[in-house]
Design a protein. Structure first.
Length: 363
């Protein structure tokens, strides 16, 4: 199975981020369910995870976005965003809402009504706010790309405007998250311009990791990450960018693809982890198991593995696209490349098609 580390780092970033997303949701879900937690232990883990996991997705999405828009054109790009982001938002919101309706009061948040099921996608419940926020960001930036091609300062202006609007715009589930994370997305675009085709060396990962560790230290020790909006935005951006640079250095130097597999399957894990993780929590509690570490390990593993098994089953039935999970990575003869992952676009060119060749799970 030939491996090239040239682009696997992008999927590796998403692989690490998606595991942290599942872990963070499990951590908070266990607390809402009343499982015993050390307050200090919970706050440390929660602060560390939430500082970086979602910002990493936005940064790596921005990294390949400019080239994608220039390649596809404005209309082609907007069409792609609707298919890749809005369609799974609708499909999986209704699936989750139906599960909550059937589960009744068993879940942490209690029962919902049939009307709430019908309106579920439009109130951006659960994790699906991310898909909407990314769609809004990419739509706005798509119009800016042609002007910013030769004037990178345009991106900085857009990021500054979005940052400032956070302080004056009324809170809204439809725009607040997009405004907050737009600077992270712009950082990805500018990072791509800065790195370009540079071959990063392994030793460059160490200063990047030191910056990341410093951000986490400040965030955890002094609560800078959530003390105010400015500090939160700056720390998130620095932590996400530094960790991504470190991963890029490591993967371009070692060409290891294990974590990249999870990243390439980040869409099914992201949209489908809530239900199996919650089901695992319910089963463990019914069995009388309340040790928090056991819950965290088992629920996180279930939240990652069950969506992958679901994806494989849907691939066997040739239903991956219908389910809103993007291209079918397991079809015979296809390659596992970052462009096929959920939250990033990679320029199509001959020198960027080398990664992991996958076989169909049935064969």
């Amino acid at each position: 199975m030939p491996i090239s580390g040239r682009l696997l780092w992008a999927d590796a970033v998403k692989g690490m981020a998606i595991v942290l997303v599942v872990f963070g949701h499990v951590l908070r879900g266990d607390r809402e369910a009343g499982l015993p937690h050390s307050e200090q232990w919970f706050n440390t883990l929660d602060s560390a995870v939430y500082l970086v996991h979602i910002p990493m997705f936005f940064v790596v999405s921005g990294y390949f976005f400019e080239r994608s828009v220039l390649r596809d054109g404005l209309l082609g790009s907007l069409k792609k965003r609707a298919i890749v982001l809005l369609y799974p938002l609708l499909v999986w919101s209704y699936i989750t809402a139906t599960f909550r309706l059937a589960a009744g009061s068993v879940t942490n948040r209690g029962a919902i009504t049939p009307w709430e099921v019908l309106t579920y996608p439009f109130v951006l419940s659960d994790v699906y706010w991310f898909l909407w926020a990314l769609f809004v960001i990419q739509t706005v930036v798509s119009f800016v790309v042609p002007f910013a091609k030769r004037r990178p300062a345009t991106y900085l202006t857009l990021a500054a405007v979005a940052f400032g609007l956070q302080f004056i715009a009324p809170p809204s589930v439809y725009i607040s998250s997009a405004l907050h994370h737009l600077p992270n997305f712009i950082a990805g675009i500018l990072l791509a311009r800065w790195l370009g085709e540079k071959q990063l060396r392994l030793f460059m990962a160490f200063p990047a990791l030191l910056i990341f560790a410093l951000c986490e230290f400040l965030n955890i020790s002094f609560n800078f990450g959530y003390a105010d909006l400015t500090q939160k935005t700056v720390l998130e951006l620095l932590a996400a960018v530094s960790l991504i640079v470190a991963i890029q250095c490591i993967y371009r130097s070692t060409a290891r693809g294990q974590m990249a597999w999870l990243g390439a399957l980040s869409m099914p894990i992201f949209v489908a982890h809530v239900i199996p993780a919650a089901a695992a929590r319910i089963v463990l509690m019914k069995l009388g198991i309340e040790f928090s570490a056991v819950h965290l390990v088992i629920e996180t593993a279930v939240g990652v593995l069950v969506p992958i098994l679901l994806y494989v089953a849907l691939s066997r039935m040739n239903m991956v696209k219908i389910a809103g999970l993007g291209p079918d990575l397991f079809r015979t003869g296809q390659r596992l490349v970052p462009e096929q992952a959920a939250f990033a676009d990679v320029e199509k060119s001959e020198n960027q098609t080398s990664t992991l060749r996958v076989r169909h799970p049935a064969g």
